[in-house]
Design a protein around this ligand. Sequence first.
Ligand code: VGL
Ligand code: ZN
Length: 209
Amino acid sequence: MSFEPSPSDALIVVDVQNDFCPGGALAVAGGDAVVPVVNALAARFANVVLTQDWHPAGHVSFAETHGRAPFETVELAYGTQVLWPTHCVQGSSGAEFHPGLCVPHAQAIVRKGFNAAVDSYSGFREADRTTPTGLRGYLGDRGIRRVFVCGLAMDFCVAWTAFDARDAGLEVVVVEDACRGIDLDGSMARSFGEMAERGIARQTAATLG
Ligand code: VGL
Ligand code: ZN
């Protein structure tokens, strides 16, 4: 616990929402187990940003929109899209943060996936890889140079957020015991491989430095 975040460090808490926790529409195994870890981690950071998956009804990432089964894929203009169970619909209880998440000092909530025709795993950039959410500018304006990323799901929204943070020129650490993954067709191993290639560090909450 000797690590002290500096004023240029921020914690990004990705999608700790009811639908990604047990009982939710797109439950990640053990998703709720990250809540106490995230709470304790966030208490150490002066700068905390939350992301919130926030889809309109009929979103392009929903299987039912295409009359298909969840976890199939479709080819869209921006590439291959995994089709998910309907989740995190704007204003629904599934889209709310887990009730145990306690980060009252978080300064910004970045909603993503609100464009009906484009998904957004990343907190920085939509799945077309061009439309920004504004998070890069927000962090840049605030002088943030390093981000610690945690939350759900490790192999989708956490990973894509970490990749884009790196592309934005930030130093990136994924706090892996504060994450849980979906692991769809080897996605967990793939995302770890890509993190290593991109120079993204993986640490545990206890060994941050
Ligand atoms: C996520 C799939 C669809 C995530 C969001 O938060 O990892 N995964 N939407
Ligand atoms: Zn989503």
